[in-house]
Design a protein around this ligand. Sequence first.
Ligand code: ZN
Length: 80
Amino acid sequence: MAPRTLECSTIASQIWEFMDGELPTERTRAVGLHLGSCAGCKAQLEYRRAFLDAAHASIGSQKTPPELRERVLKALFAAV
Ligand SMILES: [Zn+2]
């Protein structure tokens, strides 16, 4: 399977899995490549990572609860 450029919308839908290391290896690499060349998606990743760091610090968990994930996602899209 030849690597191809992913759409930003695809990145957005998989960014949580990417951050949690839950994507298959080749998908992780594809997302990483995209993030390396797309400032918009990279900004999204860094914004979410900063948000998650704060969330993890407050709830003391390495794993993001799905409901928190949903809330963060909604807040992010509402803020755009
Ligand atoms: Zn992108």
